[in-house]
Design a protein around this ligand. Structure first.
Ligand SMILES: NC(=O)c1ccc[n+]([C@@H]2O[C@H](COP(=O)([O-])OP(=O)(O)OC[C@H]3O[C@@H](n4cnc5c(N)ncnc54)[C@H](OP(=O)(O)O)[C@@H]3O)[C@@H](O)[C@H]2O)c1
Length: 620
């Protein structure tokens, strides 16, 4: 008999699966899109005990349930749309995902006598009165809380009906099924695949990881106001998972009559039934305090962050003031039905290293940065185009000319800039060539080759006119050249050797770095293998280029650090290292996808080498 985890691919689900794996407890899990960094999601959702189920499709749910229900005693339901803005914008989506799915699944489970554990939220309260008990009056102030409250009511209704039915049948030995609804505050985890920018508290780290704000000595960057008034009570997901595991095992024990968990008095603890609050009784800190704690751990400057009340937060132009109207003031969960002190909950400070150590590296020159083997300690991977040199307009102008000469229209420069940030231009060229060649493979390759040659000729003209180094990139290259014992650097470029030569003739300092990995290296290698490899390489030439650069030049350095300026490049480099510096041109008003990444943001290499070498003054 095992546990079913609906939404095993969620943040809570992944940590719960880890816990059950460690304890050899059998379970099945479901996922829908399995949205996570590619490398992990494939492995996680490919496991034999994982099933893809769309819970908004009742036929699909029914078929899955009917085929497997005999295996399950407990169902943990984690499927949800928890993005507050999405729920606020779209009430129908909130109902469909947060209410209807729970309603349908809990009805099926109740009928089969499967114990149901449903996760809910402290957002069912308005947060004006502290503390909030499970019996306190609810009053959600936004769609998300409203939908979660409705979901609680559906679970209760379905199980009340089932209990009534069960008591009628009790003479034939049918036991009453039970449910447990767990309300929690904001959650966070240290799982490597968890994304900081999707968590309302962890994304506060952006204030200090954005080096444009205050990392540079003498920087005149604007102050950022971060709320220092409202308290947050974050809960570490692994702590919650232990609670869920206890509830599930107690339920299974009570069904099977076997005891795996003993209470302190030596008897079986009572079966959990109804609504419970699970929380960290000690965590209580403002967003400003959270930001400062992260800065302190990461060794980053926090000078530019101002602890703010709502009034001066507005004055400092902090975002999120409006959306905070949707956040309850302080629900402060509390529960007297069980002793929370019987459960170990990690303090926020204790967990910070678990969450952020993957992004941290010692300062270059500090004793911890030297490698005992005498080898370099840092392997730096630099994207060339847009990260070390501004080449975007030169490339654009060259393609524009090629397309015009062929009587074809080409995208606008603003569309081009967005396109190359999120997609790969080679994919675009392949599509155009395939269209002209009416999908004839050989003709497509011929046209592609012609376009590349024509583009190279045009690039020879436009490169000297438009290519310049990015801000202080030349100083960064000189700085690297001065640290040969500590730094091993490679330039990775999604271009041919001819194009790279043209760029180097304009910015000769690039040659200070002798390790280069070009797309051509990739092509040469792949064309000597199989056609399949060549095809997949040309479909997305940048996809594996960092992996290739690593295999060519990595020499077991302790820290791998990537430098990129596009979202597509970031996705690629993030497979190699979590420590990424993301360049945004200081004149660029767009976010360049930076809101979807977990990286240090910079617009001037001076900020980078100062961050990499100096500890901020207030931490000294
Ligand atoms: N995170 C918090 O701070 C917090 C706080 C309080 C309460 N909670 C509650 O805790 C529970 C888990 O939250 P979480 O943050 O771990 O969730 P999450 O990471 O946002 O994951 C949501 C889950 O729902 C699944 N899902 C979405 N639409 C689906 C569909 N149509 N069919 C099947 N599955 C679908 C997703 O599957 P794919 O990813 O595979 O598409 C994913 O597994 C939720 O009930 C939430 O309301 C969370």
């Amino acid at each position: 008999m095992s546990i079913l985890i609906c939404g095993a691919s969620s943040s809570v689900g992944r940590d719960l699966c880890d816990l059950l794996d460690r304890e050899n407890i059998r379970y099945d899990g479901t996922y829908f899109r399995c949205r996570e960094p590619e490398s992990e999601s494939v492995a996680f959702c490919d496991r034999d005990n994982m099933f893809q189920v769309d819970f908004t499709n009742q036929e699909e749910v029914n078929a899955f349930f009917t085929a497997n229900k005999s295996r399950w005693r407990v169902c943990v339901f984690l499927v949800a749309e928890r993005n507050i803005e999405t729920c606020q914008r779209n009430w129908d989506t909130s109902i469909r995902i947060n209410v209807d799915t729970v309603d349908y699944m809990s009805a099926l489970c109740a009928k089969e006598g499967i114990y149901f554990i449903h996760l809910s939220t402290d957002y069912v309260f308005d947060g004006t009165i502290q503390p909030s008990f499970p019996t306190s009056i609810v009053n959600p102030i936004q769609n998300y809380g409203m939908s979660k409250l409705l979901s609680e009511l559906r679970v209760q209704r379905n199980y009340t009906q089932a209990i009534t039915l069960a008591s009628c049948l009790s003479s034939i030995g049918c036991s009453a099924p039970h449910y447990c609804i767990i309300r929690t505050p904001t959650l966070y985890t240290s799982r490597a695949s968890s994304q900081l920018h999707t968590n309302p508290l962890m994304k506060l780290a952006r204030h200090v990881m954005d080096l444009r704000q205050g990392a540079c000595v003498g920087s005149v960057g604007a102050c950022v106001g971060v709320d220092n008034r409202e308290v947050q009570r974050p809960l570490y997901i692994p702590d919650l998972c232990v609670f869920i595991r206890v509830i599930a095992m107690v339920a299974i024990d009570s069904m099977t009559g076997v005891s795996s968990i003993q209470s302190s008095s030596g008897t079986n603890p009572p079966k959990f039934s109804g609504i419970y609050h699970f929380y960290n009784p000690d965590n209580c800190l403002t967003k400003y305090e959270i930001t400062k704690t992260v800065a302190g751990y990461m060794g980053l400057s926090c000078f530019h962050v101002v602890g703010a009340s709502e009034r001066n937060e507005r004055a400092h132009g902090a975002d999120g003031v409006e959306s905070r109207k949707l956040i309850p003031h302080d629900p402060q969960l509390f529960d007297t039905r069980f002793n929370i002190r019987n459960y170990f909950t990690h303090s926020f400070d204790e967990t910070i290293p678990h969450v952020f150590s993957r992004f941290k590296h010692p300062k270059i020159g500090s004793s911890s940065s030297s490698n005992s083997k005498g080898a370099s300690s840092y392997f730096l991977l630099f994207d060339l185009d847009g990260t070390l040199v501004h080449t975007s307009y030169a490339h654009y102008r060259s393609y524009l000319e090629v397309f015009r000469n062929r009587g074809l229209s080409f995208m606008s420069y603003s569309r081009w800039k967005t396109y190359i940030c999120y997609k790969n231009v080679h994919t675009f060229l392949e599509e155009v060539a395939a269209h002209i060649a009416e999908n004839d493979f050989i003709q497509t390759e011929r046209i592609l080759s012609e376009i590349r040659n024509e583009k190279l000729e045009a690039f020879k003209i436009y490169a000297p006119l438009y290519i310049t180094p990015t801000k202080n990139a030349v100083n960064m290259l000189r700085w690297i050249e001065k640290h040969p014992d500590t730094i091993n650097a490679v330039i990775v470029a999604n271009c041919s050797q001819d194009t790279a030569d043209i760029i180097c003739s304009i910015v000769p300092e690039l040659k200070m770095i002798t390790n280069w990995c070009l797309r051509e290296n990739d092509w040469t290698a792949s064309t000597t293998t199989t056609t399949t490899t060549t095809t997949s390489t040309t479909t997305n030439p940048k996809k594996d280029i960092y992996q290739r650069a690593k295999s060519m030049y990595y020499n077991q350095e302790q820290y791998i650090i990537g430098f990129e300026n596009t979202y597509v490049g970031y996705q690629s480099i993030a497979k190699i290292t979590p420590i990424v510096y993301y360049y945004i041109d200081e004149t660029d008003t767009s976010t360049n996808g930076s809101e979807r990444i977990d990286a240090f943001i910079f617009d001037d290499y001076r900020c980078v080498y100062e961050t990499m070498t100096r500890t901020p003054r207030y931490l000294v």
